[in-house]
Design a protein around this ligand. Structure first.
Ligand code: ATP
Length: 459
């Protein structure tokens, strides 16, 4: 099926039906801006995170991992500028009280606007285009003025006042945990500059209108890496990381036809350059999935000033505050891109058709399914032995219910790249049938060679 023919509603319904993504607390009518990963979804999300960690941390000699706490001293968020200025412009529909994000509505009209504009700037644009903006819920055009709403989510962790007068914040981005640990990493590992610190973890934002499924949620997971360089070396590092991240999207299975770069026109005052990788989602069109930013020495300087700690780097007597190249992705957005890319409805011979998820075998929730041809005559027992063997190396499942044809289709539907069938001949020749998800072709492989064979296919 052509990418252009895919429908997001179909993919969302499919993701629920097949155990990938469920609405949060659905039996209580759900909770806006939160989703749960089901049994196949959690495997896919974990595989995506492993792929990122391997590309960004494990295969780089100078990038170190970290896992910082979600709750931090609230001063962190004052220093980072989030308490003062982490906001989106919101307007209410006066007829039905529905809320809109004014910058996004203006964006849909092709008007350059974003959350970094002042209230005054955004309202000037809003007033100019009010006649073209309609409430999606009731059709009215009667909106209040836009006002900046802070996105930080407050918590009462450790606050025993009755009125939550000493709130802490659930982190609005994971990278602040990296900046506040910069000195700890330098003092404990003594890295040479340049080096990076990476982490994967939950972040929270009080998004005004969570929408588009996993694309914009209030609780989400980020994969972020800050690469610290000497001043002046950040430009080359930025070019290198841009290439690296682009290649990583390709290697996870996204076609270059469905990706593009978008440079920010309106930079925050401290940034030297900022580009997003955008993915062409079915129905939604191109939108941001990853941000790569040149953040100069802003964050470390802020934290130095607010904490009173010296966060400079001493490079053989040459002392400076490092410059930062950042890459930031939401796991949910990458998940949605990967799922959209993999989803395929295939017309087979005659009237037959199938839904198949063409995941890269490296990230498929189930990589190998072991199926006995029949449940009897000792075939199950022998197949279970193979399952046990393969499960030590691959994400493997075992299925003996229904006809083999039906079982193949079930595995296609969740994107399992290889099905292994143990049949009557296997008993005599020590071989099994390996069926390929995409070509549906089958070949006989010796049981003793299976692990090596599959390892070659699942890189
Ligand atoms: P947007 O303009 O779409 O709100 P942003 O520019 O605020 O995004 P960043 O702060 O740069 O996003 O966050 C980095 C990455 O984190 C984004 O590229 C995206 O993948 C992810 N992300 C940000 N906000 C959300 C969210 N509400 N839900 C899911 N993922 C998100």
């Amino acid at each position: 099926m052509k990418h252009e023919d895919k429908k997001m509603d179909t993919i969302i319904a499919y993701a629920k039906r097949k155990g990938f993504v469920f609405p949060s607390s659905e039996i209580y009518d759900g909770f806006a801006g939160a989703y749960d990963y089901g049994p196949h979804g959690v495997e896919l999300a974990n595989a995506i995170k492993r792929h990122w960690w391997r590309d960004v941390v494990n295969t780089k000699h100078n990038v170190y991992g970290l896992d910082a706490a979600i709750v931090m001293n609230p001063k962190v968020w004052v220093a980072s500028g989030h308490v003062g200025g982490f906001s989106d412009p919101l307007a209410d529909c006066r007829t039905c009280q529905n809320r809109i994000r004014v910058d996004k509505e203006l964006g849909k009209l092709g008007v350059e606007a974003d959350e970094k504009m002042s209230e005054e700037e955004i309202n000037t644009l809003f007033d100019k285009h009010r006649a073209e903006i309609t409430c999606s819920s009731c059709g009215s055009k009667d909106f209040t003025a836009a006002r900046a709403i802070n996105l930080l989510v407050k918590s009462n962790v450790g606050d025993f006042s009755n009125d939550n007068s000493n709130p802490v914040y659930l982190r609005g981005e994971t990278c602040q945990g990296i900046y506040v640990n910069f000195k700890n990493v330098v003092d404990s590992l003594h890295p040479k500059i340049p080096f990076g610190i990476a982490q994967i973890g939950k972040a929270f934002r009080n998004e005004i209108s969570p929408r588009q499924f996993l694309f914009r949620t209030r609780e989400f997971e980020q994969m972020e890496m800050q690469f610290f360089t000497k001043p002046g070396d950040d430009d080359q590092a930025y070019q290198d990381w841009k290439q690296d991240r682009w290649d990583s999207w390709k290697s996870i299975g996204i076609s270059e036809n469905n990706m593009r770069w978008n440079q920010h026109d309106n930079l925050v005052f401290y940034a030297a350059d900022a580009w997003d990788i955008e993915y062409k989602f079915p129905d939604y069109g191109f939108d941001e999935v990853e941000g790569l930013h040149m953040r100069t020495n802003y964050d470390l300087t802020q934290h130095s000033e607010h904490s009173g700690q010296d966060l400079s780097f001493n490079d053989n007597g040459d002392k400076f505050i490092p410059h930062v190249v950042e890459t930031s992705i939401g796991v949910g957005r990458m998940f949605l891109a990967v799922l959209s890319e993999a989803y395929d409805e295939e017309q087979l011979e005659g009237d037959d058709s199938r839904v198949v998820l063409r995941f890269n075998p490296d990230i498929a929730p189930v990589q190998v399914a072991v199926l006995p041809l029949m449940k009897k005559d000792g075939l199950s027992e022998a197949a279970k032995e193979i399952f046990k063997d393969l499960a030590a190396t691959f994400r493997t499942t075992y299925d003996e219910s229904g006809s083999v044809g039906k079982r193949y289709r079930r595995q296609d539907e969740i994107g399992t790249p290889f099905c292994i069938t143990y049949d009557y001949e296997s008993k005599d020749d020590g071989m099994v049938t390996v069926r390929d998800r995409d070509s549906m072709e089958q070949e006989r492989i010796a049981i003793s060679d299976l692990t090596e064979y599959l390892q070659k296919q699942i890189k």
